[in-house]
Ligand binder design. Structure first.
Ligand code: SAM
Length: 277
């Protein structure tokens, strides 16, 4: 196992149960209301369109709340993640809710060998997914390998400009501190908390992360032979990416945006691509 995989897996394994117990992932709502959808998928709906009857794979599915939401929209879903504890939560939730979702433990780059090539009508991923992967080209090859001819990719992800930013300063200036472009060496962080409200104290706090520029992502997909069919940048993101400097909206999706002049920054993007038929 490569070092970054072991380091990141330890971090995620420890956080998954705390995420499941937090209000933010709304596990109770999934159990109580068979029509409940995650906020992420509710946001995606207008661009996602109808997935009923399609066979989908959710890469880096975490505790399965988005995967199960897609199953509730009528797709037959497979969730993939390398974290056993995250998948234990996902399987339990799928069983209790009767969702058409199965969950497979695999590292992303091994997914085509583990769950099958050219097997899926769509690949769904994002919201803090590709930053854990060193090579966007290798990821694009995985996406293309998983899709049937004519199948499509749907990714909504934190914007690479957002990932470059240091914590905002009191004068409101946004300061570029971290890489925008993909680099061989990861950015290494050592942070105690997580992105949900929790009292749990964690001990595996180191992560290895990579940025992937928007052009690098588009080019990697084009080089696999896929066609880009949509690229929309959003002025919001589903988690408080710059704590203390963002405001959560009260609408249906509870997105976060910079409190001060949010139009300065693309917070996230949705990219869609199709594999030629
Ligand atoms: C922020 S979560 C993805 C989020 C998902 N959108 C959500 O919030 O439910 C990142 C997930 O990626 C998984 N992950 C990180 N690196 C991975 C890798 N190399 N292979 C497979 N899964 C990985 C982690 O276990 C974690 O569940």
């Amino acid at each position: 196992m490569n070092d970054y995989v072991a380091v990141n897996k330890a971090n995620w394994d420890e956080r998954a149960p705390a995420h499941a117990a937090s209000e933010d992932y709304q596990v109770k709502e999934f159990l109580a209301d068979p029509k409940h959808l995650s906020r992420v998928v509710r946001f995606d709906l207008p661009l996602l369109g109808d997935v009923a009857g399609l066979k989908g794979v959710h890469l880096q599915c975490h505790i399965g709340t988005d995967t199960i939401s897609l199953a509730r929209l009528g797709a037959s879903m497979t969730g993939v993640d390398f974290s056993g504890p995250a998948l234990a939560v996902a399987r339990d939730l799928a069983e209790k809710t009767g969702a058409d979702a199965t969950f497979v433990e695999s590292e992303v780059y091994s997914a085509p060998d583990v769950i099958g090539r050219e097997s899926f009508d769509f690949v769904f991923t994002g919201i803090g997914a590709i930053c854990w992967l060193p090579s966007i080209r290798q990821w694009a090859e995985v996406v293309a390998a998983l899709l049937k001819p004519g199948g499509r990719l749907f990714i909504r992800e934190g914007h690479p400009m957002l990932w470059t930013l240091a914590d905002p300063r009191d004068d409101g200036l946004l300061v570029v501190e971290y890489p925008y472009f993909e680099r061989d060496q990861p950015s290494v962080f050592d942070e105690e908390g997580t992105y949900v409200e929790t009292d749990v104290a964690f001990s595996n706090n180191v992560t290895h992360e990579w940025s992937h520029g928007l052009g690098e992502l588009v080019t990697a997909l084009l080089d696999t032979g896929m066609t880009i069919t949509g690229l929309v940048e959003h002025d919001s993101v589903p988690w408080e990416a710059l704590p203390g400097y963002m405001t959560q909206d009260a609408g249906n999706t509870n997105e976060w945006r910079l409190t001060d002049r949010p139009w300065r920054l693309a917070h996230s993007y949705t990219l869609q691509a199709v594999k030629s038929g």
